[in-house]
Write a protein that binds this ligand. Structure first.
Ligand code: AMP
Ligand code: ZN
Ligand code: FE
Ligand code: FE
Length: 300
């Protein structure tokens, strides 16, 4: 696809955010508007396992001079270790990708149903159908939606308090869900013309993380880069990720992982430099950038 020309002034690029199509709290249009207000010129929309927000983000981006990078954050795993794989610029009609996202969402649904059932048996005021009704159709449901239901019911003060207790990975209420092997996902993303970038690779607070050797194997299979700058990376994690990108010659990105009011992360809290974004655009061929053309976004 055409590569954006270098900017007179470098644009603000935030490549990883969530809308209410997954566990963000703003609609795709509101998210794009908020990004424009926050000075973001290039926004990656990367809902969990769903691309339903692309069309609305495209329209909002065109109206507000924000360039939208269509993406998705896939739940994947390497030998049982959860790995979030960002997929940018995939062909939205690629059958294998469409099927993969549907499969992950299906497993997420049955897993969430079980978590809610067990919580309800133990007296927590949650009901799966009520959560679905509250979230709307086609939304990728996750633990944040259960957390919000418990907050609405007055059982907990906020999402964090629920994640720290009953929804924590070590809680007896926690249920795993199936996820594809990261290696398979990386190959499918590439085959769909997309660019696979590993999200927050060294964010240890989320649980076990994979080794540098495992990342090298994934790079050999087509992984195009790592998210270097992320709110869940401390200085050491960031340094490790940056050094690994340099050594392996892959793209290093930076992003906020903004979830609206669902998390404290602020838009553009971490950003991607233009050169890394240009490399990403050079690699992606599955679909064009959405929203405003980059030059227009830069002129705003
Ligand atoms: P799940 O994918 O259903 O297991 O839920 C995990 C998702 O919940 C992560 O990808 C985050 O987006 C979100 N999350 C994790 N911890 C928190 C937290 N403390 N507060 C709000 N959202 C969180
Ligand atoms: Zn999320
Ligand atoms: Fe993630
Ligand atoms: Fe995310």
């Amino acid at each position: 696809m055409p590569v954006p020309m270098p900017a007179r002034e470098a644009p603000v690029i935030d490549l990883h955010t969530h809308s209410s199509c997954s566990d963000g709290t703003q609609s795709p249009a509101d998210l794009v508007h908020a990004a424009g207000q926050a000075g973001v010129q290039v926004l990656g929309l990367t809902d969990h396992d769903v691309i339903a927000g692309w069309a609305a983000a495209d329209a909002a981006g065109a109206a507000t001079r924000v360039t939208v990078v269509p993406g998705v954050e896939l739940s994947t795993q390497v030998v049982g270790i959860s790995v979030h794989t960002l997929a940018y610029l995939i062909d939205p009609l690629d059958t294998a990708m469409v099927d993969l996202m549907a499969a992950i969402r299906g497993h997420r649904e049955s897993r969430l149903r079980r978590m809610v059932q067990v919580l309800a048996v133990d007296g927590y005021p949650v009901d799966y159908e009520a959560i679905v009704a509250h979230s709307g159709p086609g939304v990728t449901l996750g633990r944040p939606h259960v957390a919000d239901a418990l907050v609405r019911a007055g059982s907990f003060p906020d999402r964090d308090a629920v994640f720290a207790t009953v929804l924590h990975g070590s809680s007896p209420y926690y249920v795993h869900h199936w996820a594809p092997q990261t290696l398979d996902a990386v190959q499918l993303i590439r085959a769909a013309g997309g660019v696979p970038i590993m999200a927050h690779p060294f964010a240890r607070a989320r649980g076990r993380t994979i080794t540098q050797h495992q990342i090298e194997v994934l790079v050999d299979a087509g992984l195009a880069g790592l998210e270097v700058h992320h709110p869940d990376h401390d200085a050491q994690d960031t340094r490790r990720a940056a050094e690994l990108c340099r050594r392996l010659g892959v793209i290093g990105t930076g992003s906020s992982d903004y979830h609206g009011a669902g998390k404290p992360n602020r838009l553009a809290e971490q950003t991607t430099d233009l050169q890394a974004f240009q490399r990403l655009c050079e690699l992606g061929s599955g679909t064009p950038l959405l929203g405003a053309p980059l030059a227009q976004a830069q002129a705003s």
